[in-house]
Design a protein around this ligand. Sequence first.
Ligand SMILES: C[S@@+](CC[C@H](N)C(=O)[O-])C[C@H]1O[C@@H](n2cnc3c(N)ncnc32)[C@H](O)[C@@H]1O
Length: 305
Amino acid sequence: MVARRRPERGARPSLTAQCVALLRACERLRPREQRLVDDPWALPLLEASGSALASLGRTRLGARLFAAALDRPPFGLARFVPLRHGWIDERIEAAFARGLRQVVIVGAGLDARAHRLAPRGAGEPRWFELDHPSVSTRKRQAVHALFGGRDPVRRVAIDLRYEPVAPALEAAGFEPAEPAVFVWEGVSYYLPREAIVAALEGFAQLAAPGSELLFDGMYAPRRRSWGERSSLVVGRALLRRVGEPLLGLWERQGAFTPEARLRAAGFPSTEVLAPPAFAERLRRAGRRPASGAPWFLARAARIER
Ligand SMILES: C[S@@+](CC[C@H](N)C(=O)[O-])C[C@H]1O[C@@H](n2cnc3c(N)ncnc32)[C@H](O)[C@@H]1O
């Protein structure tokens, strides 16, 4: 069950969505072989959405300072954010190669995949983007300013804290009989546990066999780790201040692990990657792994309904 509607987050655009887009833009200033993701639209979308942060992405110095500020241990955000985007890109491309043609991006922010990823084979993908109303409307305007009428995306304004995903997506033309890739990137952080559970159940309800769910999250700090706990206090205070409080932390063991919640929602086949599994990918891009980072990447396959 999703909680009853409470007062809105307001019309404020998502600052976290702008920050992660800027981190993707920062990657473009690196040599190609050192990029964890290649997103040529990150900066133009930031600019078109009127973000004041865009100015930082235009100069090497601004980008370096921004990335360095967000890359401090234990979080190593400037490495994890582009890494997760690149990892999800690869999974979507693999799904296209298997013939999937429905992609749902939940909490899309300034995600530009609909404009840069395309299947090699026949058939246009059907793209859906869900986001908080405060972000969805601005994104539509920014995409229009940048691409004119060429917007392949069906947009759904939804507050995941209070509204279920399945009816909203079906009303937008989602085809539940066809497999889909569901991307839920950088969003579980901002949802209370009951909304996380509701979202996972909603994805499972819509996912035909062959579908895949890709998402990430943050583990609660380890009891004995002073570094993780104190960094979290600072991170929480900053996020509360920008109106996007950190609500959804996952457990490493117990009932609220990603594996347990996925199983309970109806995704029995899962793969959860924690930082040691990212190390090789980072090294290949000439980057140091962030030791002790609390992130995970999760991939769940839907085998049967
Ligand atoms: C850190 S941004 C990630 C954006 C995008 N997925 C990316 O990786 O570039 C978090 C996104 O989650 C969305 N979000 C947070 N809380 C939400 C809610 N209650 N309902 C819908 N979307 C929400 C924000 O609007 C924002 O777009």
